[in-house]
Design a protein around this ligand. Structure first.
Ligand SMILES: [Zn+2]
Length: 136
């Protein structure tokens, strides 16, 4: 049986990889995508960009995303970490423990999802750039 600690080790091992920098636009887009991915429904409320040491979190129907957080390794790390807790709680209710084993699996698959979609957008922009040049 895989222990909780081992699951979190896997979460960290799935990183780092080549990702575009987490800009404000990228964070808003990724938040929408991950919401749909994690909860199976479209996020219809407001998303705003925040900064400083605030978490990426939803309060009073506003999803605040912080692309410049320095917590939890900053950048994508912090963003995915916070989003995974937010969506985990949304999916499982308020009483769920934040670091139970199921959460680590969830965070790991969220990271894989981000990598997959980042790889897709890198490939697409490369394709656009190279449209008239040699095929890859
Ligand atoms: Zn955590």
């Amino acid at each position: 049986m895989v222990s909780r600690k081992e699951w979190y080790a896997r979460v960290n091992a799935a990183w780092p990889a080549e990702l575009p920098p987490l800009t404000a636009d990228e964070a808003v887009k990724a938040a929408r995508k991950l919401w749909r991915w994690g909860l199976g429904e479209k996020y219809r409320s407001k998303i705003e960009v925040t900064s400083g040491n605030r978490y990426t979190w939803e309060r009073y129907g506003v999803l605040s995303v912080n692309p410049t957080s320095t917590r939890h390794g900053g950048g994508w790390d912090a963003f995915i970490h916070d989003m995974s807790h937010l969506l985990w709680r949304r999916a499982n209710g308020r009483d769920v423990k934040p670091h139970e084993k199921g959460h680590a699996k969830f965070e790991l698959s969220m990271r894989k999802e981000v990598l997959k979609s980042a790889a897709g957008s890198v490939a697409r922009s490369r394709k656009n750039r190279n449209r008239k040049s040699r095929p890859q």
